[in-house]
Ligand binder design. Structure first.
Ligand SMILES: Cc1cc2nc3c(=O)[nH]c(=O)nc-3n(C[C@H](O)[C@H](O)[C@H](O)COP(=O)(O)OP(=O)(O)OC[C@H]3O[C@@H](n4cnc5c(N)ncnc54)[C@H](O)[C@@H]3O)c2cc1C
Length: 457
């Protein structure tokens, strides 16, 4: 149990309005979107760097675990304080410190909501491309700590591709600056990249310098329907080879199409087994030229149906199919276990088939959709947590799926991180020796294992 003295010390240094131990606060900051729960003993809301420094120094002195947290919409239990201690919540450090239009970067505090940053930079004709589907809630600090991806990864990459530099605090309260304000920088070890995706286990990120690019002025959106996912994959492969250059390539397999068409009460061609949303962006002339090549490719191929959105309402209609997958599938079972496996793009069709067969074998409902351009397949197992038998079957089926993913040279997680939910599968992707190296890195940063303990391994 945390000593009352610690709370008093923190209240004195930070102010009572930033330190809470009331039950309602402890419960609110005890879980994330993965549904994992564990109460912290204290919730601290730093408002500035000094608050972070004081909190870390005191936690270090008293050997108290400390779990950084953004918006808590992570999908792997990363911000759940599984060893109690302090939940360090960044939602009050939410200032955009500068948007530099001469040098194309922004400096932000970690609690800035991703969407808010995008809106602000767009007002200046600039673009911050990473777009996790949680962008209206998630924070830049959480995005960096998870190296979040999104729909536009195929063309624009993930969060880490836009981090130029970081300021971060070590567990003893000391501050480091890693990376810089420039794109090219190979001085010293690349500690910046080590912190990106480190899930709050190595350092507490206090400031982020992000690269910005010019805002593409024009976009077109298309939906392509196929009689099988295999036909969709062939088409996409051709499209990539022909340099049509999509910014978004989202696929839905038969399971997600069935759920969402039923939910939205849309008429459905009985041959429709896979759909792909394709977005093109850039300058108008260039986008229209690529759109023409796309429609020529459609004519020469086995596309079942092809819709090109011409108006805002049509764009919204096409997106609403993808956006409504989550509400549509929530009626199947009370809980969704959302895995984010990745396979090489040439293996997507085989992987979807493997997962569907595994679902049949274990009598499970698994809904699939994902990113055709980067092989990230959202694998949603719909379960009733009170059904012990179903939970056991889910555990065995997921274990099989994770082993399969590694056998085809993929990864156990493309976006959501390992946290606590994927710890058991790390052994499939890494050897003992590799995991020992991870642990040595962890010890170098955090010898007492106080910073987000119990995560990743
Ligand atoms: C509906 C939904 C859709 C989603 N879609 C996507 C998607 O498309 N792509 C994707 O990548 N993810 C997605 N996610 C997962 C999630 O939103 C991301 O992982 C996001 O980055 C989490 O941000 P957060 O602010 O909520 O972080 P939290 O969940 O609070 O924390 C995540 C991790 O970051 C660490 N952390 C937070 N702040 C700091 C800090 N300042 N310093 C050090 N460590 C810190 C925490 O300790 C934790 O390990 C989705 C989640 C939901 C619920």
């Amino acid at each position: 149990m945390m000593h009352k003295k610690v709370k008093k010390q923190l209240e004195k240094l930070l102010g009572k309005e930033k330190v809470f131990s009331q039950k309602e606060y402890l419960v609110t900051y005890s879980y994330d979107a993965a549904g994992k729960e564990s109460l912290p003993e204290l919730v601290v809301f730093p408002g500035c760097e000094e608050d972070i420094r004081h909190t870390l120094r005191i936690a270090y002195e008293h050997k108290i675990p400390i779990t950084p947290r953004g918006a808590g919409v992570g999908y792997s239990g990363g911000s759940v304080p599984i060893q109690g201690g302090i939940a360090l919540v960044f939602t009050k450090m939410n200032k955009i410190l500068c948007i530099d239009t001469e040098n194309f970067y922004a400096e932000v505090q970690p609690g800035v909501v991703t969407y808010n940053l995008q809106q602000e930079v767009e007002k200046k004709g600039l673009f911050y491309p990473p777009d996790p589907a949680s962008l209206k809630t998630s924070t830049i600090g959480g995005n960096v700590a998870e190296n979040a991806g999104g729909l536009r990864c195929f063309k624009y990459g993930v969060t880490g591709n836009y981090v130029l530099g970081l300021e971060a605090f070590l567990i003893d309260g000391g501050k480091i600056n890693v990376g810089s304000h420039v794109i090219k920088d190979v001085a010293g070890y690349n500690i910046k990249s080590l912190l990106i995706g480190s899930e709050g286990t190595l350092a507490v990120i206090s400031k982020i310098i992000l690269r910005l690019i010019p805002l593409p002025p024009y976009r077109r959106l298309f939906r392509l329907d196929f009689a099988s996912l295999g036909k969709g994959a062939e088409f996409i492969n051709q499209m990539i080879k022909e340099n049509i250059g999509p910014s978004v390539l989202e696929f839905m397999d038969e399971s997600s199409i069935a759920a969402v068409f039923d939910y939205l009460k849309l008429p459905k061609n009985s041959n429709l087994k896979a759909a792909v949303l394709v977005e093109l962006d850039g300058n108008k002339g260039d986008v229209e030229e690529r759109a023409q090549r796309l429609s020529r490719l459609v004519k020469d191929s086995q596309v079942l149906d092809y819709k090109a959105a011409e108006t805002e309402a049509e764009i919204e209609e096409l997106w609403s199919i993808r956006r409504n997958i989550s509400p549509a599938i929530s009626k199947y079972k009370p809980k969704k276990i959302n895995e984010d496996i990745v396979v090489p793009i040439g293996k997507i069709v085989e992987a979807v088939e493997f997962i569907n067969n595994t679902a049949k074998e274990y009598g499970l409902t698994i809904i699939l959709f994902g990113h055709f351009g980067d092989g990230n397949i959202h694998t949603n197992v719909m379960v009733d947590p009170d059904d012990e038998d179903e939970m056991k079957r889910t555990e065995i089926a997921l274990d099989k799926i994770f082993r399969y993913v590694i056998s085809v040279k993929g990864s156990i997680t493309g976006e959501h991180g390992v946290g606590i939910t994927k710890k058991a599968f790390m052994k499939y992707q890494f050897s003992d020796r590799e995991i020992e190296i991870f642990k040595r890195v962890k010890r170098a940063f955090d010898p007492e294992n106080l910073l987000n303990p119990g995560k990743i391994f």
